[in-house]
Design a protein around this ligand. Structure first.
Ligand SMILES: Cc1ncc(COP(=O)(O)O)c(C=O)c1O
Length: 407
């Protein structure tokens, strides 16, 4: 039976914060991992927030102690999933019902790529700098259907204008799908998605956007961007648990995208199928969900979003900009450091250091308690600056690099 308590799958109280703490101190108090490190690798995994972890642990404990099935619990789990879909939709300014829950960005990019009704002679366009999460579904679907992939040679030297010129050449009336990132994981460049959408739509192609390095770092409005499909994760810039992500599907594209995987979670309701193979999909993007999910993860993600909203996304995005600008400015003062990508930036800064391979830089900094990562082709060291990072951490990074350069 649903008790009033179980109808509220919400959110345990947040950690104690010292009276008079600043916005930043209070935020950092909810991110224990940032006490331990100069945490400059959110682009790989953000620090898990305490509100997310507490909600996740509370659900997990309930599962342990109360069991995972009893009358009323399905409704509660459905309500939690619906709640998170709506929260994700609000976050990316999508209409309600146009967001499906996924397990990660890569799943969203696969759904968008495999679901199109491919025709002989179609081509797919992507960028050489794409993450495997967006690029490999393109190659795999192309191989499966016997189609061509055009890979645009995006480099760190590209500006918005040069990239658009290359894409304009590659996108033709035969192009069926353009798959690109909103923010490049290799260079940190923010891609001109709206203009890319114009190029794609102008030739009758769909645009799938990998938002892994954008959502939670910069404002994302999928309608203004004019994306057809937009995939994003919970575990990076939203500081949520791994295993939870979202996929926006433009409502007008629902009929063009076949669910490649289906199961009970894809249905309008649990009885909307029969043994002849007839089934009725959910009216919105939920039709791209398949089956059982990790409920504590959904609860953790929802609680983490509530916390971020309480901090204010406008302020979070402003802080990301401020810290990224500071990071870029300070890095240019280090002898031998060369920044790779032009502005505009989101939260990623990639640089090369003369005479030192990126992996060596990463290892050297980790020994000093500074978390960054390396990227390849183009080779560089990648810094992620999120709202919780501080000027002191940037100063530590800079003095670490100076020490490395002079040692
Ligand atoms: C641009 C980009 N796309 C996709 C991914 C993969 O994300 P996920 O683990 O959510 O599939 C990452 C990071 O790992 C990424 O940086």
């Amino acid at each position: 039976m649903n008790t009033p308590e179980t109808n509220r799958p919400e959110i345990p109280p947040v950690a104690e914060v010292a009276p008079g703490a600043s916005w930043l101190e209070s935020a950092r108090a909810h991110l224990p991992a940032v006490q331990r490190w100069a945490y400059l690798n959110t682009g790989s995994f953000g620090p898990l927030s305490r509100p997310a972890e507490e909600a996740l642990a509370a659900w997990s404990r309930r599962q342990l102690e109360e069991g995972r099935i009893r009358p009323g619990l399905w409704d509660e789990m459905d309500a939690l999933a619906a709640h998170l879909r709506r929260r994700f939709a609000r976050l990316v300014h999508a209409p309600p019902e146009s967001v499906a829950l996924t397990h990660h960005t890569t799943e969203g990019m696969n759904i968008a790529t495999w679901g199109l009704r491919w025709r002989p002679g179609d081509t797919l366009v992507t960028l050489a700098t794409e993450h495997p999460g967006g690029m490999l579904p393109v190659y795999a679907a192309a191989r499966h259907h016997g189609l061509d992939v055009r890979v645009v040679a995006h480099t760190e030297a590209d500006t918005e204008a040069s990239l658009l010129a290359k894409l304009e050449k590659a996108i033709t009336p035969r192009t069926r799908l353009v798959a690109v990132s909103h923010v490049s994981w290799k260079t940190g460049m923010v891609l001109p998605i709206r203009e890319i959408a114009e190029l794609a739509h102008g030739q009758g192609a769909f645009l799938a956007v990998d938002g892994a390095q954008a959502v939670g770092a910069i404002p994302v409005d999928v309608r203004t961007l004019d994306a057809d499909f937009y995939a994003f994760p919970g575990q990076k810039w939203l500081c949520g648990p791994e295993g939870v992500g979202g996929l926006y599907v433009r409502p007008e594209c629902l009929d063009a995208l076949q669910p490649a995987f289906v199961g009970y979670a894809s249905l309008r309701d649990r009885d909307a199928w029969d043994e002849t193979g007839h089934f009725i999909p959910a009216p919105g993007a939920r039709r791209f969900e398949t089956s059982t999910v990790y409920i504590p993860g959904l609860a953790g993600m929802a609680a983490g979003l509530t916390w971020l909203e309480s901090l204010g996304f406008a302020r979070i995005f402003a802080q990301v900009q401020e810290m990224t600008r500071l990071c870029r400015r300070e890095l240019t003062t280090v002898p031998g450091v060369e920044l790779l990508a032009p502005e505009p930036a989101a939260g990623l800064t990639v640089f090369r250091m003369a005479h030192t391979p990126p992996e060596e830089v990463v290892t050297f900094l980790a020994r000093r308690g500074i978390l960054v990562r390396s990227v390849r082709r183009p080779d560089g060291v990648r810094i992620s600056t999120h709202f919780f990072n501080t000027p002191e951490e940037i100063a530590r990074l800079v003095s670490g690099l100076q020490a490395l350069g002079s040692g």
